[in-house]
Design a protein around this ligand. Structure first.
Ligand code: ADQ
Length: 450
């Protein structure tokens, strides 16, 4: 059996690395004697010229450090100030600088150089996400003939947005060196096909086959899942003291997101404000808990979103709070998984309302955490990749506050019977297409594609 080599921006470190991707890939890595390669998280002026080994996991882990200039240009710059906003429909937030493109190319070249001494002819290589688009081209230039696949965790941009890149042709050239491109949703495969048709020499040969720059390429949809069995158990076993008892009598609505402008948090707050204005009967009967740890604080657009959300939460509480009731609680911290699981289970409504999102795992976690006998209701944006498979959620347009507020009201009055029916269909999908299903489906297709 050939070894699996996974490359991602961040290497999972720590004694017993956990998290969705680790669970997804651990079996395949362990059974093939595989290797995971990624950034250590260390920014240092002397990053060294070889990969560092990190024992302590059931597979080999190899890391690289970055110097501050590379971190600024490759990670904060091209990855998170150009590609991230572009792929989330916000080209207005891009900061295009020539040195960001150079830094991104340069770090991908360096990762390829560092990888070469560790590769064998019969390996298969799986590259994760938008930080590493050029990696296959760099590996091919160094003589690597192994199958190489890519999975994009975020949306693929349509032609109008793609055209706003400083280097759209180069993006398609990078992609042409992979054997398989994996996307979260049909929407992304469609955007890739259309952008490629308009902005490159790509021919669409059949549903999933393309010719790009003279090379044959497969592409497919592989909606990522969660470790459903584990999450169900975690939520069931969550001790009472882990749950936040907000106010007896008030039903809880929960939102859990990284504090990112793509997640639609201010839109969600405005919809809640509208709900409380329109339906005073709900005062003291509903309470909204938003958990949103800050991320990427060095990037300017992320400082603005924090101010905006804090301001809105303050205004809503100022407008509606009473002595017995705080309408909205906003927590800027990460929570241990078992605490999150318990909170989801307690919440009557799970609010997942991004303006753009590759998949959104919170939607799946919320469903997995519910008590099947008395489940809560998922309110889900049509712009989350998850909306393609989670049709039994209340699907909303997050740009329209009255639509979102209407779904909140509908969820509050939904009968137990309807909640159970919707939940059982949602749960079936979450359990069937879990994280193990995802990695198996992808790797089987990669084996066929190469
Ligand atoms: P993210 O944008 O990070 O991932 P998401 O899919 O929602 O978004 O995953 C977030 C994860 O972080 C969830 O597992 C959630 O439980 C956890 N999390 C969020 N807030 C937390 C908190 N306060 N404390 C603890 N944990 C918290 C990217 C793409 C997504 C895609 C995933 C996986 O943007 O669209 O679904 O990758 O492919």
């Amino acid at each position: 059996m050939s070894r699996l080599i996974v490359v991602s921006n961040r290497l999972p470190l720590g004694e017993n690395p956990s998290g969705g991707l680790v669970v997804a890939l651990e079996d395949a890595l362990r059974s093939s004697g595989g290797v995971w390669i990624g950034f250590s998280g260390e920014v240092t002026e002397n990053p060294g010229d070889s990969l560092q080994d990190h024992p302590g996991a059931p597979f080999q882990r190899l890391s690289f450090d970055l110097n501050s200039e590379d971190h600024e240009r490759y990670y904060l710059g091209y990855s998170n100030s150009i590609l991230w906003p572009l792929c989330h429909g916000r080209p207005d937030l891009m900061r295009i600088r020539p040195e960001f493109v150079d830094g991104y190319r340069q770090v991908n070249r360096r990762i390829a150089d560092l990888m070469i001494p560790h590769l064998r002819d019969d390996d298969r290589i799986w590259v994760q996400d938008y930080h590493l688009f050029p990696l296959a081209a760099e590996l091919r230039a160094r003589g690597v003939t192994a199958p190489i696949g890519h999975f994009l965790h975020i949306p693929f941009p349509g032609p109008a947005d793609c055209g706003a890149l400083p280097n759209p042709e180069e993006l398609f050239d990078w992609l042409s060196h992979y054997d398989l491109l994996g996307f979260q949703a049909e929407r992304d495969l469609g955007a890739f096909a259309e952008s490629g048709r308009q902005l490159s020499d790509m021919d669409h040969l059949s549903d999933t086959k393309f010719r790009l720059s003279g090379r044959l390429l497969r592409a497919g949809v592989f909606p990522i899942g969660i470790d459903a069995a584990d999450f169900i158990a975690e939520a069931k076993d969550a001790p009472d003291e882990d749950r936040m008892r907000i106010l007896t009598g008030a039903k809880m609505m929960i939102g859990v997101d990284r504090l990112d402008y793509s997640k639609g948090i201010p839109h969600r707050f405005r919809a809640y404000q509208l709900l409380l204005e329109k339906i005073p009967d709900l005062h003291e009967k509903i309470s909204f808990l938003q958990i949103a740890p800050p991320t990427r604080g060095e990037v300017e657009a992320y400082q603005d979103i924090r101010e905006e959300t804090e301001h809105l939460a303050g205004r809503i509480n100022g407008q509606f709070a009473s002595l017995n009731w705080t309408p909205i609680r906003f927590i800027h911290r990460s929570m241990p998984r078992h605490v999150l699981a318990g909170l989801y289970r307690q919440a009557r409504i799970g609010l997942v309302t991004p303006l753009a999102d590759g998949m959104n795992l919170v939607a799946k976690e919320y469903v997995a955490a519910q008590d099947p006998d008395d489940p809560g209701v998922l309110v889900l944006s049509r712009f989350a990749g998850a909306a393609e498979t989670m049709e039994d959620a209340l699907i909303i347009n997050p740009h329209d506050p009255s639509d979102t507020a209407g779904a909140m009201a509908q969820a509050m009055r939904m009968t137990l019977e309807e909640r159970r029916e919707r939940h059982s269909r949602l749960l079936k999908g979450v359990v069937e297409q879990d994280i193990a299903w995802w990695s198996r489906a992808y790797l089987t297709t990669l084996d066929q594609a190469s």
